[in-house]
Design a protein around this ligand. Sequence first.
Ligand SMILES: [Zn+2]
Length: 114
Amino acid sequence: MTHPRDLRTELISLRVILTKLHAKHCAAEPVPAVQWRAFRTWFAANLEPPICSAVLADGSVCGFAGTSAEMHLDHMVPIERGGAMLDPRNVQWRCRACHGKKTATQDGGFGNES
Ligand SMILES: [Zn+2]
């Protein structure tokens, strides 16, 4: 019969392995497109209508309104810098023009590594 203390030690080491595997797996796995689309739809319907909240050069807010499919749901903290993909606190609506401007200036430009 296994001593309870041995069993406990085994359980702890198994948990360590599982935690490491989980972290590795989750970091490597991108959010599926279907899940991202569902999040966008849910965000638009329940939290914020798809209206561009970008502040323009003159200090006014863009305010361009479109459908969730036309608009970009922009990550305030980019995913590659550790921002959460599906966190409603990390996203904001941008129209195509404002999102393009942000990507070109703040995120290192189209096709560039940021
Ligand atoms: Zn805009």
